[in-house]
Design a binder for this molecule. Structure first.
Ligand SMILES: NC(=O)c1ccc[n+]([C@@H]2O[C@H](COP(=O)([O-])OP(=O)(O)OC[C@H]3O[C@@H](n4cnc5c(N)ncnc54)[C@H](O)[C@@H]3O)[C@@H](O)[C@H]2O)c1
Length: 387
C-alpha cells in the first residue's frame, strides 16, 4: 500500500491531459511505488471543459486560472499539458512555489525560454521531468539497452522519420483546440518542435549529442484562416523539415518530418547502423524491435551466412523493459502505457534520490538542436548546436 500522497494539479484538458490523468489513476495498480497520486485540481481556461474533465477523471476541484494552483497547499506536483507558449510561465511559477514539475514537450518556444525554466527548477531544487514519453515504449527502451550493451558497435548512421498528413487541406484553420499547432505564436515552430523534438530526444538518448546540423524547411500552405481572429493570416510554422546532423561520436544523421505525407498518420521510425549491428523501430508496430547482429564466429564455428538476417523481437517477455509490470509474455501494451511507465520512473526517481530522465536540462539540449535546425533553415548553412 502506497504510504505517501502526491497531490496533483494538472493544467490543460486536451489530448495530453487525458494521457497523464490516466497514468496517475493507474500508477499504483501496476507499480509498487510508495506514493499515491491524488487528483486534486484540474485547470483549463475553458470552464465547461474543466468541469467535465473533473467529473470524468475524478479530480477534486476545477479551476480556470493556473495561478490559483501555485498557492494550493494540497498540490505537490504541477503537470503542464497546455500549448507550448504557456510552458515557460507556468513552469517557472511552479518551481518558485516549490512544486515538482512535469512538462509536456517541447520544453519551450525556444532555448532562451528553456534556459529560464532550467534555472528555475534547479534553483528551487524541485524534481522535474519533460514528457518525451517515447523513451518509455518498451521496444525503444530495449534499443537503448542493446546500444549500452555494445551490440551495435561503432555507429555510422542514424535515420529518423516522423510523418503525418493532417494539414494538407488549405481549409484547415490555425489557432484553437489542437490546431494551435499551426499558429506560430502558440507553437513556436511547426513539425520541428512538435514531431522532430521527439525524434531528436530519442536519437540523442541512443546515440549521444548532436554537434552540427544543416536544415531545409518548407511551409506549403502560406495563409490560413485564424480561428480566434476570424481573419486569413500568414502561416509562420514549418510544415516540413529535413535536416542532416553530425553526432559527437562521428556518425551521421538524417531526420525528416512533415504533415504532408499522404496516408501517414503518426509514422515515427528510426534506424541506427553500427559496425556490429543495426536496430530499427516503427511506431506502427510498437511491440517489435528489429535487430541485426553481425557475427563471423558463433560458438567457435563460422557463422552460416545463408541463415543470417534481421530478428524481429516481440518485446513482451518479462525480461523486457517494463513488461514484468503487465500481462503474460506474448500479450502487448499500448500507447497509454508509455505515460504510465514515465510517471512510474519519475516517482521512483523521487523515492530513490536518482532523478528520472529526461529532466528539463536534457529537454533544453533538444530545444537547442531545434533552434539550430530552424536557424540553419533560415540561413541556408550549417549551424553548430549551442553547448
Ligand atoms: N508527448 C507527446 O507525445 C505529446 C503529444 C501531443 C501533445 N504534446 C504536447 O502537449 C501539450 C498539449 O498538447 P495537446 O495535444 O494536449 O493540446 P490540446 O489542444 O489537445 O489541449 C490543450 C488544452 O489546454 C488548454 N489551455 C490552453 N491554454 C491554457 C492556459 N493558459 N491555461 C489552462 N489551460 C489552457 C486548452 O483549452 C486545451 O483544453 C503541447 O505542449 C504538446 O506539444 C505531447
Amino acid at each position: 500500500m502506497a504510504a505517501k500522497t502526491l497531490g496533483v494539479g494538472l493544467i490543460g484538458c486536451g489530448f495530453m491531459g487525458r494521457t497523464h490523468s490516466n497514468a496517475y489513476r493507474r500508477l499504483n495498480n501496476f507499480f509498487p511505488v510508495q506514493h499515491r497520486p491524488v487528483l486534486k485540481v484540474i485547470c483549463d481556461t475553458v470552464p465547461e471543459k474543466a468541469r467535465q474533465f473533473m467529473e470524468v477523471w475524478g479530480y477534486e476541484r476545477a479551476e480556470t486560472d493556473w495561478r490559483k494552483l501555485m498557492d494550493a497547499k494540497d498540490i505537490d506536483l504541477i503537470d503542464i499539458c497546455v500549448p507550448n507558449f504557456a510552458h515557460r510561465e507556468i513552469a517557472v511559477a511552479a518551481a518558485r512555489a516549490g512544486k515538482m514539475v512535469i512538462c509536456e514537450k517541447p520544453l519551450a518556444m525556444n532555448a532562451a525560454e528553456g534556459e529560464e525554466m532550467v534555472r528555475a527548477v534547479e534553483e528551487a531544487k524541485v524534481p522535474n521531468l519533460i514528457s518525451f514519453n517515447y523513451r518509455r515504449v518498451p521496444s525503444i527502451s530495449l534499443a537503448k539497452q542493446i546500444v549500452d550493451e555494445g551490440r551495435v558497435g561503432k555507429p555510422f548512421h542514424y535515420r529518423a522519420t516522423y510523418l503525418q498528413d493532417w494539414t494538407i487541406s488549405a481549409d484547415v484553420p490555425q489557432g484553437g483546440d489542437a490546431l494551435w499547432r499551426l499558429d506560430i505564436k502558440a507553437a513556436g515552430s511547426g513539425v520541428t518542435g512538435d514531431l522532430l523534438a521527439h525524434s531528436i530526444d530519442t536519437a540523442m538518448w541512443l546515440n549521444g549529442p548532436i554537434r552540427r546540423v544543416v536544415a531545409r524547411t518548407e511551409t506549403f500552405v502560406k495563409e490560413r484562416k485564424h480561428v480566434v481572429s476570424g481573419k486569413v493570416e500568414p502561416v509562420g510554422i514549418d510544415d516540413a523539415c529535413m535536416f542532416l546532423a553530425e553526432f559527437a561520436n562521428g556518425s551521421l544523421g538524417t531526420f525528416e518530418s512533415t504533415r504532408y505525407a499522404r496516408g501517414r498518420k503518426n509514422f515515427n521510425t528510426f534506424e541506427l547502423n553500427g559496425a556490429d549491428g543495426s536496430i530499427y523501430f516503427d511506431l506502427e508496430e510498437p511491440e517489435y524491435l528489429q535487430f541485426f547482429e553481425y557475427k563471423q564466429q558463433q560458438s567457435g564455428r563460422k557463422v552460416e551466412s545463408h541463415l543470417t538476417g534481421w530478428r524481429k523481437i516481440h518485446v513482451t517477455n518479462s525480461e523486457h523493459p517494463y513488461m514484468d509490470r503487465y500481462w503474460v509474455p506474448g500479450t502487448c501494451i499500448g500507447y497509454e502505457h508509455t505515460f504510465l511507465n514515465q510517471l512510474a520512473d519519475f516517482v521512483a526517481g523521487i523515492e530513490s534520490g536518482t532523478p528520472a530522465q529526461p529532466d528539463f536540462r536534457s529537454g533544453l539540449q533538444t530545444q537547442k538542436v531545434c533552434d539550430a535546425v530552424l536557424e540553419s533553415a533560415r540561413g541556408g548553412r550549417w549551424m553548430e548546436v549551442a553547448p
